[in-house]
Every structure is written in C-alpha cells, then in structure tokens.
Design a protein around this ligand. Structure first.
Ligand SMILES: [Ca+2]
Length: 172
C-alpha cells in the first residue's frame, strides 16, 4: 500500500511538471553535388550536420533546397537521424516538388515519400546525415544547397542522446 502511494505521488508529480514545448531549427549549407547518373543508380553522396540538443523529438520538419534545372524527377534524397533512422523524403519529385530548384519543408510544403513520424520519441541530438542520388542520365549535376532540421520538443524532459540511442538500438 505504501509503495502504491509512492508510485501515485511520483506519477502525479510527473503529470504536474510543466511541459514547455520549444522549437529549434538547425541549418547547414553543404553545397553537396549530386553527380548526374550515367544511367541507373548514380553516385550516392552524403553530408552530415551535428545537432546539439538534449531533448526528445515531439514533432519534426525538414527543409531541403536543391539547385537543378528541369530534372528533379531524377533524384532521391534521404535523411538519417542521430539515432540512425533513415527516412526517404524526396523520391523522384513525387512529393509535389517542382522540376527546377525545389526548395521547401517536409511534410508541410511537400509530401515525404516515407513516414517522418518514425523520428518522434528519438533523441534529437547527434549527427544527422543527408544523402542524395541521381537515377537517370541527363539534366546535369544537381546541388543540395541547404537543409534544415526543425525539432519541436518538451523543454522539461531532457535525455542523454548517446545512452538512450544505445538502449533503443537493443530493441530495434
Ligand atoms: Ca540526371
């Protein structure tokens, strides 16, 4: 009975803790060149961004800007989180991206190819990776000029990214 009371008090205290939702945007301008494909899968190129944040992801958006003339439908672009969860966002422009110089936010401006909510609950801090590949000959090289990761999190709940990442990996 005493233990049950103690648990109830802890749960009550947790429930009363003030949730303070904050949103922070992390930006990088890699000017990452995606070489035109010689036919089929082209060279896969990657760039990383270190995000300093000791909180869990409650919501997330990703901005991607690509410099390319007319052939964004050749491209695939993936983003991998600090906890190593990869999501394909840009898939041959099927998310509504324009053919020339697509730039905008997933999932608000363009439709992500895969579900971004798989990132919810992960620790936001650590090394994030963007990867790009051209899948059809023609149109020349393209360039990922900028990407941003916008993370919304509860400021009242902190995590230690490395420790919890290792724990989560055990259950994946
Ligand atoms: Ca191409």
């Amino acid at each position: 009975m005493r233990m049950i009371t103690a648990i109830a008090v802890v749960l009550l205290a947790a429930g009363l803790a003030q949730a303070e939702m904050q949103t922070t945007t992390f930006t990088d301008t890699p000017n990452l060149v995606i070489p035109d494909s010689p036919g089929g899968a082209g060279t896969l190129v990657t760039s990383t961004m270190d995000i300093a944040l000791d909180h869990y992801i409650s919501d997330i958006r990703v901005y991607i800007a690509v410099d390319i003339d007319e052939w964004s439908s050749d491209l695939r672009i993936w983003v991998t989180s600090a906890w190593q969860t990869q999501v394909e966002l840009f898939f041959i422009a099927e998310g509504g991206e324009p053919a020339t110089d697509p730039a905008g936010w997933y999932p608000t401006d363009f439709t992500p190819h895969e579900d971004m909510t798989v990132w919810h609950g992960e620790g936001g801090g650590g090394t994030w990776t963007i990867a790009g590949q051209d899948w059809s000959q023609g149109g020349g090289d393209s360039v990922i000029t900028e990407w941003r990761v916008e993370i919304t999190y509860d400021d009242a709940v902190a995590n230690e990214a490395t420790t919890f990442g290792a724990l989560k990996a055990l259950f994946d």
